[in-house]
Design a protein around this ligand. Structure first.
Ligand code: SF4
Length: 288
């Protein structure tokens, strides 16, 4: 464990990526970045994060701006329900925590849109806690390099917590993210140049099949084709709503399915149920 920690931290000190959310310890900015990074690439988050935190520099300012404004500001990131959840979290922080992001895990987990990984990220990156953060990349890396066998979610979390070097939770977790994304990739891990190659259990065993990373819980995100999917129509409809309310008669066209009003209506109803949209007079759809 000591050798692994030294290798990871040594590589991280020299090579860790410089990202805007790594230059701050502000709990709100870190929460925003972590919610954005759920299911979205670093490149896409980089394009939006600076303007978002400039527009909403505190939970209170985000809460006061209103949900529709926050959903408009989310354009380009996808998975718009995260914007709704983040706004709800901002309201809860403003109203129940005097405007300050809580530091206790129990309180973080009670915030809308905050799961185990996001709560631990805020603990580690904002408050310096020795919490192990398991995202898809880290789960895969731990399964290969440390366990050399597939891990359950709980198993990956146990390894992650046990390995954090005391007092170095920030550096440790950020570096594991970079190693997982840059070397220990889902397909075609780059073991040759990987700084962990001499310590990696799976590599030392000769990378035998089955790949422990591929069968570890939470390391794959099965997703159907985007083209022609409900997600695509939903994205089109939210994009139209960002511009202006959509009349009931225009919902099918806005979703890109002019000949399938039933499907468009189902997607519109889901947006309303999730709090992204509301129905106005005569069924006009608008951002909530
Ligand atoms: S040596 Fe290969 S399998 Fe092991 S951690 Fe590095 S990239 Fe992953």
């Amino acid at each position: 464990v000591a050798g692994l920690r030294a290798t990871v931290l040594g590589w991280g000190d020299a090579h860790r990526r410089d990202l805007p959310w790594r230059r701050t310890r502000d709990p709100w900015c870190i929460l925003v970045s972590e919610v954005m990074l759920q299911q979205t690439s670093v490149a896409r988050v980089l394009a939006l994060y600076p303007s978002f935190v400039a527009a909403y520099p505190s939970p209170a300012e985000c809460a006061d701006a209103g949900r529709a404004a926050v959903v408009r500001s989310w354009a380009g990131l996808g998975y718009n329900r995260r914007a709704v959840a983040l706004h709800r979290a901002a309201v809860a922080i403003r109203d129940e925590h005097a405007g300050r992001v809580p530091s206790a895990r129990r309180e973080l987990l009670a915030l809308p849109g905050v799961g185990a990984s996001t709560a631990r990220a805020v603990e580690a990156f904002a408050f310096g806690a020795d919490a192990g953060i398991v995202d898809t990349n880290v789960a895969r890396l731990l399964a290969r390099a440390v366990a050399a066998r597939p891990l359950t979610r709980a198993g990956a979390q146990e390894f992650a917590d046990a390995l954090v070097p005391p007092g170095r939770g920030w550096e440790w977790n950020q570096t594991l993210f970079d190693l997982g994304a840059g070397f220990c990739r889902a397909t075609g891990p780059r073991c040759g140049p990987c700084p962990l190659r001499r310590r990696c259990a799976w590599r030392r065993a000769g990378n035998p099949e089955p790949d422990p990373g591929r069968h570890t819980a939470g390391t794959t995100r099965p997703q159907g084709r985007f083209a022609g999917s409900d997600r695509q129509g939903r994205g089109r409809l939210v994009a139209a709503l960002r511009r202006a309310p959509v009349a009931a008669s225009g919902v099918a066209a806005a979703a890109g399915w002019p000949d399938d009003a039933g499907r468009a209506e189902r997607v519109a109803a889901a947006l309303v149920a999730e709090g992204l949209a509301v129905r106005g007079p005569a069924g006009t759809l608008a951002l909530a």
